[in-house]
Design a protein around this ligand. Structure first.
Ligand code: THU
Length: 175
């Protein structure tokens, strides 16, 4: 399947650029959006160890920066014999933009090894819908708006002296 091949190629290329001088464990990730765009990311470690970031976090940040708000599939590539499944924090990061059936593919250098659904990796999860008191997120609602912005600032209760830039005021472009 072309999408999986493309996703793997993007994640593998990202892995090559990973900055992992401390763990020496390079990871690449790529997220596919419903529009067909692919956003890669790599782990970026830091001498102050907790400041390092995972490959999935980088890919999701690139996706959000591009204005995309939904994940259709994820690919993670790492070396070694063990399956490099996303860490707990990254499962939750994926959960923000993905549905329970969203595939998460785990690959080694030779290619994809195994596929999971998000719900398999993060069952009974907490997500945006818990904050909105209604179903939200891809696979959890038929509201098209949810594909764009799972957490609308206008839906939040804010103190009167605080304002939050909305999509309109920020002038964000939508594909
Ligand atoms: N790492 C990721 O980038 N993604 C994962 O899903 C698992 C772990 C990174 C974090 C750290 O830089 C290195 O792998 C070793 O834990």
């Amino acid at each position: 399947m072309a999408a999986i091949d493309d996703l793997f190629a993007a994640a593998a290329a990202a892995q090559a650029n990973a900055y992992a001088p401390y763990s020496r464990f390079k990871v690449g990730a790529a997220v596919l959006t419903p529009s067909g765009r692919i956003f890669p990311g790599c782990n970026v470690e830091n001498a102050a160890y907790p400041q390092g970031s995972c490959a999935e976090a980088g890919a999701i940040a690139a996706m959000a920066l591009a204005g995309e708000r939904a994940i259709a599939a994820v690919m993670v590539v790492g070396d070694g014999d063990a399956l490099v499944t996303p860490c707990g924090g990254c499962r939750q990061r994926i959960r923000e933009f993905a549905g329970p059936g969203t595939p998460i593919h785990v690959a080694g250098p030779e290619g994809p090894r195994r596929s999971f659904t998000l719900d398999e990796l993060l069952p009974a999860s907490f997500g945006p819908d818990h904050l909105h008191h209604r179903p939200l997120g891809p696979g959890r609602s038929d509201d098209a708006r949810d594909q764009q912005l799972p957490c609308q600032p206008s839906d939040r209760a804010l103190p009167p002296d605080r304002t939050v830039a909305t999509e309109a005021t920020a002038g964000a472009a939508r594909p």
